[in-house]
Ligand binder design. Structure first.
Ligand code: ATP
Length: 217
């Protein structure tokens, strides 16, 4: 069993997220990728849509794809929800042998050293980094802080599905670059523009019905 985890605020979830989750599953031959909506991201500003709405949008977005699942654990926790805690919980539940891979986008990777207990994250899981337009992974050594570069460099490996290790390596995934962001979608909707084809219609309809990102009238 090879499990992938993909955390995000998903405010709202869009095709940039869905495509990297699909390619992550494909490239690493994962049995399942669980999308894990985050609550109150500690290093980010407040989210616009509530927990229930973000959860429902993820549910709608992954409907019909048996390889994508939903893990709501961080929304059920009170207080700050850290990826470190979620990975610890998953390790405790699934055992030390399970191959666990955690997906993040290139922008998140370049600021990994701002994450809670970031050095220990790699003891718990492999890290897979997806391409994101505007964040050049080929230049990550220049862009990352010296400490991050020093910690990360020895762990970067060529992608290998048959790697016997259960955690600890970093794979830079050659995912399709899609310049889609939740911030841009929220801005489009708030100014009355179309966000169609940037995210699933079911998610867009849900956001519209619940007036999640509309401009205040
Ligand atoms: P925002 O625009 O509000 O920052 P976002 O579009 O980055 O939102 P998040 O839910 O914050 O969405 O992202 C969750 C994870 O998905 C992060 O690791 C981020 O790097 C990654 N990600 C989001 N959009 C893309 C994309 N278009 N391509 C690659 N990675 C992405």
């Amino acid at each position: 069993m090879r499990l992938g985890i993909f955390g995000g605020s998903f405010d709202p979830i869009h095709y940039g997220h869905l495509r990297i989750a699909e390619e992550f599953a494909d490239l690493l031959a994962l049995n399942r990728v669980d999308l894990l909506p985050t609550a109150n991201p500690p290093h980010r500003q407040a989210l616009q849509a509530g927990n229930v709405a973000r959860l429902e949008m993820v549910r709608l977005a992954i409907a019909g794809n048996p390889r994508l699942g939903l893990d709501a654990r961080e929304l059920q926790r009170s207080g700050p929800a850290y990826t470190f805690d979620s990975l610890c919980e998953l390790r405790a539940e699934l055992g030390p042998q399970l191959k666990l891979s955690w997906l993040i986008g290139a922008d998140s990777f370049l600021s990994l050293d701002r994450w809670h207990r970031w050095r220990e994250l790699l003891d718990l899981a492999h890290l897979a980094v997806a391409c994101r337009p505007g964040f050049d992974l080929l230049r990550w050594k220049e862009l990352a802080s010296p400490e991050l570069a020093e910690q990360v460099l020895p762990r970067i490996q060529t992608l290998s599905v048959t790697d016997p290790l259960d955690a600890g390596t970093i794979a830079l995934l050659p995912t399709t670059p899609l310049a889609i962001s939740s911030t841009a979608i929220r801005a489009q909707l708030a100014t009355g523009h179309s966000a169609r084809y940037l995210l699933p219609d079911t998610v867009l309809d849900y956001a519209g019905r619940h007036l999640l990102y509309q401009a205040a009238k």
